[in-house]
Design a binder for this molecule. Sequence first.
Ligand code: NAD
Length: 338
Amino acid sequence: MKAKVAINGYGTIGKRVADAVAAQDDMEIVGVVKTRPSFEARIAKEKGYDIYTPSEENIAEFKKSKIDVSGTLNELLGKVDIVVDATPGGMGEEYKKLYQKHGVKAIWQGGEDHELTGFSFNSEANYQDALGRDFARVVSCNTTGLVRVLYPLETVFGVKKARVTLMRRAADPNDIKTGPINSLIPDPIKLPSHHGPDVNSILHDIDITTMAVKTSTTLMHLHAINVELKQECSEADVQGIFEKRPRIRLVSSKDRIKSTAEAMEYAKDLGRPRGDMWENVVWKDSIAINKGELYFFQAIHQESDVVPENVDAIRALLEIEKDGAKSIRKTNKALGMN
Ligand code: NAD
């Protein structure tokens, strides 16, 4: 029997997770929760997703727009095993009570604090620890991107310390309220940034310090990463480790991928839905060992890298699959990530 999944918050992340869940053969979307009758609601209907609203009050607006609503979130929660909550960050506490009342498991996103669930998730680093839990938080796009490279480096060579500068996209491409900006904004100005401690919510013992700058772009984040490793290794060793990871895509400037713009074009040419790039894009020709320390650049597609992690988190919490590596392979295959 397929696992029954609800999506609460059908925006940038929620709509992508819905499609990724629908692509799996061991889970299905029972309904998605929309606040307003937008074009996204219409397309969700066309895709065959039943629409629910946060409360009765929202239904009238949908009726006016002639979009069928199947009920409220309360009713949806009575029909599912698990909810993926992709509502705007900060709403977690309120909804947690409701999910608990219905005895439904839940997965939140990086906009919530680690304390909401007491467990932060990354498919490769701690799938096993997620098995059977009621609640988990899939960490943010940036933290997911950092854990994906630091976890294998820690496992194989040991990480003495990591120092990272994150050049963050100012807003998502569909955002007409907050960007892009004609500026570079140290954000937060008080150093270090919260990204390091967030990595530590999964990789507890890694010495990591981060700084972040908001930049005038909507496409991707760019990370400049410097790692001091415990064991000596070569550039080829690091490349070899990254090549084997299931969600790292090595690219080269020699192939004319020299920027986040070209990395996004690459995703579109691969035929990815919405032009999404689920993997970390690591420039293999940036990988350098200098004075015994490792340096490299990676780009992170903020709208989509957490999507496969949400699918794996569903399998782990519901214990559909006990082996994380198998879940990752299954998710990747169903999405066509090759
Ligand atoms: P979004 O604004 O694109 O989508 C949120 C959706 O929730 C919208 O459709 C909104 O209408 C809906 N919503 C608002 N109030 C609601 C309510 N009371 N009940 C149900 N739905 C409601 O936001 P997003 O970018 O998808 O972010 C969602 C979460 O994912 C946040 O925690 C965010 O930090 C995290 N996240 C975002 C990104 C990113 O770059 N966009 C990356 C990784 C993680």
